[in-house]
Ligand binder design. Structure first.
Ligand SMILES: [Zn+2]
Length: 239
């Protein structure tokens, strides 16, 4: 069966989050000819103790560009500052406008319960934006757009209450994901947390659970379960 060409959007709080939590899925879609957008709400410019924030922001932008090229995705940078994603309607409107513009079939973002405030706010803003994007908005130059499925991805900082529910076979794209993640200095050991090994082990674990080599986990929101169950564009193993 040939899959229709679809659009996937991954929304992360900091440049690198989208690649950490759904980068292998992005590679799978991107390298299969689908449209993939990686949205970075901030550059995550506070994360390097060795260089000034402005300098690290430029570095993170270059790193995210390289990662997107390797994943065959289009990077989209929002202009929020690291640690300062606001609550309230503003980020929701901004993400809704991006959804109307790029018209993703699937949106993936952080699980809302996180040790990191930016991650929680990105999650809430994206979930609300998916609903808002389907409504007519005064002042928008784009038509309303209904996203078919919203998923939450697995991130080591967003673990409370996260339940792996859908497992996507990413065995053929794990090496592309590794190359892409290594674009980032943080993934090469800057913070002391071994991102590459952590996510590789996680995907191997999910692979073992689902009978493939590597799999990436997603979770659906309660109210989106019906629609997500009806819209399964790639081979997914349900837990
Ligand atoms: Zn982050």
């Amino acid at each position: 069966m040939t899959l229709e060409r679809i659009a996937l959007m991954v929304v992360g709080a900091h440049a690198g989050d989208a690649e950490n939590m759904a980068g292998a899925i992005a590679a799978k879609y991107g390298h299969s000819g689908h449209n993939v957008f990686l949205v970075h709400m901030t550059l995550g410019e506070r994360g390097n103790p060795k260089i000034p924030m402005e300098e690290y922001a430029k570095q993170k932008r270059r790193e995210s560009e390289r990662a997107a090229t390797l994943l065959r995705a289009t990077p989209v940078w929002l202009t929020y500052r690291d640690g300062e994603i606001p609550g309230g309607p503003e980020p929701r409107r901004t993400v809704a406008e991006l959804i109307r513009r790029h018209r993703p079939d699937i949106v993936i973002t952080h699980w809302r319960r996180s040790m990191h405030r930016d991650h929680s706010l990105a999650s809430v803003a994206t979930e609300e934006a998916v609903l808002d994007a389907a409504l007519k908005e005064m002042g928008s130059s784009y038509a309303p757009h209904a996203v078919k499925a919203l998923y939450f991805a697995e991130n080591w900082e967003d673990t409370p209450g996260f339940e792996p529910e859908l497992l996507i076979d990413v065995s053929d794209h794990i090496d592309i994901w590794k190359d892409a993640l290594e674009s980032y200095e943080f993934a090469r050991g800057l913070s002391g947390f071994n991102y590459l090994e952590y996510y590789t082990c996680l995907m191997r674990l999910h692979g073992l659970r689902s009978g493939v080599k590597y799999a990436e986990a997603l979770m659906r929101e309660e109210h989106s379960r019906q629609i997500a169950a009806d819209y399964i564009p790639l081979k997914i193993n349900f837990l």
